[in-house]
Design a protein around this ligand. Structure first.
Ligand SMILES: [Zn+2]
Ligand SMILES: [Zn+2]
Length: 413
């Protein structure tokens, strides 16, 4: 794993398979369409070889495309970095503060989370981004954010070119300089016909590209603002969520604790320097993290353990009363179930009558939970969880098992 400078490495070539997914295919198509149309329209509107302004416009345009693609491929192929297989803390006593990932067979380093899509524990995981078909995490946070910064700028430049081209082509090649309006007859002088005839289809394509460019500017611009906040607070999207749940938990149990997020180093600039450095590599190895004064090195992971125990207490056992195939929109489970299927990429679980499920959250017609077995916990690394229709299950009566988990929670608290 390396920084932006090292992405064209032979060992990364197998990562090329990440391109074959709807996210990168759509993203690269948008970049290609906007870039090619912007180049063609620039030739029509602002001929690059006659004036310094035209040359500058053209060079800037190429520059955006190159920088956008460079950061995009970096984010995709360098990747977020992963917890090494079998990793455990140097000081074995510290393991009590950490969660264990049964799939990766390693402890979860602070700030890492298991991504089901990548099937690895990801360092400082922020989210799994379908557009780069990879996680956004420790090693690619800078290039990912730079991509989000550059893409709207490039799109705004392209949108300006599309508008100017359509305008000037509609109004007999009246072109606008920075301070003058002139009738540009250079096309007529060079050639009786324009190099690229601007017919109805060219107009329609420019209009389409304009729509893409404006849509990308807004959508990606909003994502950039989110990532900028993440970086300036040194708090990932997942960690913001953990912090929210910490406040809820403390309020619910009235424990009188105060939870201070430990990785915000105080000061936006200090946090910024953790992600953006001159070398292109982020600070640190992604496993050991500096914490702000007065915080315990593992205060976040300890909070996560408490929340996990709390979730077990608050989750409810259900027994399947009907079979369910695991279909996203099941046709036989009623019209409401069909139309209110959760809009998420999270899996569904199939049910067979009589099976037990530990539900952790739910919507009106759908629930989310883990399948559990009569003889105890699922096999190692074999956790089966997902959404299922609420009408296929019925609540179990309380039994001794939940008594046990109650005691466990008291111990960990
Ligand atoms: Zn894992
Ligand atoms: Zn992922």
């Amino acid at each position: 794993m390396g920084g932006p400078g090292s992405f064209v490495k032979f060992e990364n070539l197998h990562e090329l398979k990440r391109l074959f997914h709807w996210g990168p295919i759509i993203a690269l198509s948008v970049i290609t369409i906007c870039s090619i149309m912007a180049v063609i329209d620039s030739v029509l509107w602002y001929w690059p070889l006659d004036t310094a302004g035209g040359s500058l416009n053209f060079i800037m345009l190429i520059n955006w495309t190159v920088m956008i693609l460079y950061n995009y491929f970096n984010a995709m192929f360098v990747g977020p970095g992963y917890v090494p297989p079998g990793w455990k803390p140097v000081n074995s006593e510290d393991a009590t503060y950490l969660q264990y990932c049964k799939i990766c067979q390693s402890y979860k380093a602070p700030r890492s989370h298991h991504c089901r899509k990548c099937n690895r524990c990801v360092l400082k995981m922020d989210h799994h981004c379908p557009w780069i078909n990879n996680c956004c995490g420790h090693h690619n946070h800078a290039s990912f954010t730079l991509f989000l910064f550059l893409a709207p700028l490039g799109c705004m430049h392209a949108a300006f070119i599309f508008i100017m081209t359509m305008y000037t082509q509609l109004y007999n090649r009246v072109s606008f300089g920075w301070s003058s309006v002139k009738i540009d007859m250079s096309f007529a002088k060079r050639d009786p016909r324009p190099i690229i005839p601007f017919g109805l289809s060219a107009f329609a394509t420019s209009l389409f590209a304009l729509g893409l460019a404006l849509g990308t500017t807004i959508a990606v611009g909003m994502l950039f603002i989110i990532q900028l906040k993440v970086i300036l607070r040194n708090k990932t999207s997942i960690e913001s969520w953990i912090e929210e749940k910490a406040k809820d938990r403390i309020q619910y149990y009235q424990t009188g604790e105060t939870f201070i997020f430990p990785y915000d180093l105080g000061g936006k600039w200090n946090n910024f320097k953790q992600v953006f450095t001159w070398s292109g590599n982020p600070e640190g190895d992604g496993i050991a993290w500096p914490v702000r004064e007065g915080c315990h090195r593992y205060s976040l992971t300890m909070e996560q353990l408490k929340q996990k125990a709390d979730k077990r207490v608050r989750s409810v056992r259900y027994r399947a009363t009907e079979d369910y195939s695991g279909a996203c929109c099941p046709v036989t489970k009623g019209i409401k179930t069909f139309f209110t299927t959760p809009c998420t990429e999270e899996p569904r679980i199939d049910l067979q009558k009589g099976e037990l499920i530990l539900a952790t959250r739910g919507l009106k017609h759908w629930m989310y939970g883990d399948r559990i077995f009569e003889d105890g916990t699922p096999k190692v690394g074999d956790r089966i969880r997902g959404w299922f229709p609420r009408r296929c299950v019925g609540k179990c009566s309380q039994d001794c098992e939940s008594e046990q988990t109650h005691k466990e929670v008291k111990k960990t608290r």
